[in-house]
Ligand binder design. Structure first.
Ligand SMILES: CC(C)(COP(=O)(O)OP(=O)(O)OC[C@H]1O[C@@H](n2cnc3c(N)ncnc32)[C@H](O)[C@@H]1OP(=O)(O)O)[C@@H](O)C(=O)NCCC(=O)NCCS
Length: 121
């Protein structure tokens, strides 16, 4: 799944670069949309992210491209690999800025984990 975000002034830290927490929020949100689309009717919560390293800073007027791909399906969890690339809005040159693996766990109405395959046709 490919998604895009435009980096706005309100997304920046006090040095003028993208605030890292915003990146984590967008990765969480975009990957959650991917898992929810792949498993309609199921409810998921984020349980963890693998490595969190910000390889390059991101400046305003950047467009971020998020590439999200399912990487592993477990008993109750599903992991997605996410890669993020930046480019200036007036340029076509892209640079990788962030990668992680993010894992979601399927939960039931009581908030407890449940098997991915249960109750699905
Ligand atoms: C997600 C939650 C229901 C899991 O319940 P649990 O009983 O602790 O589950 P387990 O430790 O047995 O792990 C469940 C699955 O997650 C996987 N998992 C657990 N921690 C993980 C981590 N840090 N990274 C990747 N996978 C992880 C386990 O391997 C297991 O996978 P599998 O069943 O596919 O083999 C529970 O931890 C929870 O409610 N966490 C809070 C979720 C939340 O609020 N997220 C929003 C963040 S603010």
């Amino acid at each position: 799944m490919t998604s895009y975000k435009l980096v706005m002034l309100g997304d920046l830290n006090h040095y003028g670069f993208l605030f890292g927490g915003k990146m984590l929020m967008w990765v969480d949100e975009i990957a959650w949309m991917a898992v929810s689309g792949d498993y309609p009717g199921c409810h998921f919560v984020t349980v963890g992210m693998s490595e969190v390293t910000f390889h390059k800073s991101v400046h305003p007027q950047s467009v971020l491209r998020f590439e999200t791909a399912k990487a592993r399906v477990g008993r109750t969890s599903v992991t997605y690999h996410v890669e993020v690339f930046r480019r200036h809005i007036e340029s076509s040159e892209e640079t990788g800025v962030f990668t992680t693996d993010i894992t979601f766990v399927r939960i039931g109405a009581d908030g407890a984990k449940m098997p991915i395959g249960e109750g699905r046709s």
